[in-house]
Design a protein around this ligand. Sequence first.
Ligand code: AMP
Ligand code: MN
Ligand code: MN
Ligand code: MN
Length: 277
Amino acid sequence: MLKVDLHCHSNVSDGVLAPAAVAQHARKAGVDVWALTDHDEVGGIPAARAAAQEQGMRFVTGVEISITWANETVHIVGLQIDENNAGLVNGLACTRSGRDNRGREIANQLAKVGIEGAYEGALKYVGNPDLMSRTHFARYLVEIGVCANIPDVFKKYLSEGKPGYVPHCWASLADSVNWIRGAGGIAVIAHPGRYRFSQLAQGQLFDEFKQLGGAAIEVVTGSHTPEQYPIYAQLANSYGFLASRGTDFHAPGESRVDFALLPPLPANVTPVWHDWF
Ligand code: AMP
Ligand code: MN
Ligand code: MN
Ligand code: MN
């Protein structure tokens, strides 16, 4: 059986390894079909594609778009996109554009609770000046010993209601799905089990996504607990969605699940790649 992994990050967004190094890391862990899905950015794709081909892996183009839906941040993965499509490229550029100012505001807020120099500190971890992420702040706060690990930083500082949280309005659900489909791609709701929606709201998100032409949800991801795999497999089937799978790898030792350790999709779903090869 082919090992397919369709969600991970390089230092072109908030991962640590360069795209080619992520490809090597995935291949070593036995991945046969691989997508790089950096946040709001397709700039890593050429290097990722070349490295994947060198490693003998099938490459799938990808991106993970930040959107705001019902006042929450949701992530929509696009697969099999044409990364040069103008509508997609322009939409992503627009989505990225507020990130630097947001980073400065995060740093201002952290300074108010006694953490100085966080903008410059986070910047040390940024591989792409267009893509300052909360993850970069989290790495810095761990570095200076304010928190023991990255989830702890999010819990204490970077999530809603905490002193380093700056609300941000991302793209809309409709924009993201239209950009992906306009670029010939397949839209996938990333890690649906991670959002804090009621069952009712989650159902509304799925319905709206389906109406817009969304095709799949992630079922097995490093951002789900193993208990969530069968729940989202069942939901994929009941909504008529295809199922996707990917580690959401960010860095060796940092991500919950590395490429070799993520289980396969449950047998009762239709994989998003069912008609690709
Ligand atoms: P941003 O796009 O700048 O808002 O940052 C979002 C990123 O932060 C996600 O893609 C994850 O990589 C990371 N993240 C969000 N919440 C958590 C958490 N609770 N623990 C660890 N990483 C998180
Ligand atoms: Mn991330
Ligand atoms: Mn995500
Ligand atoms: Mn991700």
